[in-house]
Design a protein around this ligand. Structure first.
Ligand SMILES: *Cc1c(COP(=O)(O)O)cnc(C)c1O
Length: 426
């Protein structure tokens, strides 16, 4: 495949946009080479600026669960746009989407829409702090909750009492209120809670993690978190920006059968337009302005185009819940196929999967947290990524990202993908 035009466009973009991209992972830094510039997409396929056709396993990092340019979503947006694109005033469709979303997920009374997952998580934590009157939060190494200051705290190794900022620009003052724990390490959480008794507003977690590859929580860990939070008056925040409306109608809360206190959404809920949301029970949501003291706002929040895309998407999922099973079956098929080929080739690997999220790690050890995920062989990953790309298969350009299957992907596409793994040099 030839990527001349993509490379030229990237060179031009770099002159005017930092790194040539508006979100870092797009720049291919982890795998090397120039990123692909997309011209258009339909169903399971991307068409790039050089005329290549690629099977897409990212789906815009999750939102496009039914495939690209899904007709009901596109039609809804086009129709809506004809009546104006933004008013900064209430519209009926905001209530329609709120009502539908709340009916699909367990345990939530009210929802507020924002413009991104970042905003949703940032606002959820502010709400938790306002509601509890406490400042500190616990997050887990390797979990991503958007790029607001409180969350840009990564793991060194092990849980530390005081977080240290891993991005310049995040102040020590902010960092000290974010405590780090390791995923699937309940004892570590217990220690942190004990050492910070009475000071914790919230524990925030990706209930199925997708930002260090796909990592599944143990039952003991998740039930333990719920129990600790209930006992200590700490709010449990599920960041379902990735899992919400992807794993099931009711997201991770449904599949894990655990009730969170606040849940954040993004990605699928916007159907490919910029939407985030956070939801909780009435008692907590009524702390938000204008009813309550916790301020949160947005000029374009509840934007009619975004709401129409979200409404069309959730309506499809609500009416056709068998899509979640179909996606899980396809993901299982892919898992088996890739695992078989890698085993035949004698390549050390672990494949983690939950529903339509899956990640391939080039390591012998089980991948259960950030540290074990980081042990994957990145040289093999690079070969794998570029080998697959050359075969027309577009995978996440980082070993720390999950694939997101979309239901437009056919079994033929899956076979082509598995065949590509067979043919590449690893
Ligand atoms: C993508 C993501 C976010 C951030 O959402 P943006 O819309 O990119 O701001 C937050 N949390 C999780 C789990 C995500 O996957």
């Amino acid at each position: 495949m030839i990527y001349q035009r993509s490379s030229a466009l990237f060179a031009e973009a770099k002159k005017y946009i930092p790194g040539g991209v508006n979100s870092p992972v797009r720049a291919f830094k982890a795998v090397g080479g120039d990123p692909i510039f997309v011209k258009k997409a339909k169903g399971a396929y991307l068409y790039d600026e050089d005329g290549n056709k690629l099977i897409d396993y990212i789906a815009s990092w999750g939102p496009l669960i039914l495939g690209h340019a899904y007709d009901p979503v596109i039609n809804a947006v086009v129709e809506k746009a004809k009546n104006g694109t933004s008013f900064g005033m209430p519209t009926e469709i905001e209530t329609e989407l709120a009502k539908l979303a709340i009916s699909m997920v367990p345990n939530m009374d009210k929802i507020r829409f924002v413009n991104s997952g970042t905003e949703a998580c940032m606002s959820a934590v502010r709400l938790a702090r306002g509601y509890t009157g406490k400042d500190k939060i616990i997050k887990f190494a390797g979990c991503y909750h958007g790029h607001s200051d409180s969350f840009l705290i990564q793991a060194g190794s092990g849980a530390v009492t005081f977080g240290s900022p891993n991005s310049p620009g995040v102040t020590q003052g902010t960092a000290k209120d974010t405590l780090l724990a390791e995923y699937n390490d309940l004892d570590g959480v217990k220690e942190l809670v004990k050492a910070n008794k009475g000071e914790l507003a919230a524990i925030i977690i990706e209930p199925i993690a997708g930002n260090m590859g796909c990592i599944i929580p143990t039952d003991i860990f998740m039930n333990g978190l719920r129990e600790i939070c209930t006992q200590e008056g700490i709010l449990l925040i599920f960041d379902e920006v990735m899992t919400g409306f992807r794993l099931a109608k009711g997201g991770a809360q449904e599949v894990l059968n655990i009730k969170a206190d606040i849940v954040t959404y993004g990605k699928v809920i916007g159907g490919g337009l910029p939407v985030g949301a956070f939801a909780s029970r009435t008692e907590i949501m009524d702390y938000l302005a204008p009813d309550g003291p916790v301020y949160q706002a947005g000029t374009l929040s509840g934007n009619p185009l975004a709401m129409s895309a979200g409404l069309a998407m959730l309506t499809e999922l609500n009416n056709n819940p068998e899509v979640f099973k179909s996606l899980a079956d396809k993901t299982e098929y892919l898992h088996k196929g890739i695992a078989e080929v890698l085993t035949q080739k004698g390549i050390a690997h672990q494949i983690n999967k939950y529903g339509s999220m899956i990640s391939v790690h080039f390591t012998n050890e089980p991948v259960v947290d950030f540290a074990s995920s980081a042990k994957g062989n990145n040289e093999t990953f690079k070969k794998y990524f570029h080998g697959m790309l050359a075969k027309g298969i577009y995978l996440p350009p980082s070993a720390f990202e999950s694939y997101f299957l979309n239901d437009a992907i056919s079994y033929e596409d899956l076979d082509a993908t598995i065949n590509a793994v067979k043919e590449i040099d690893l």
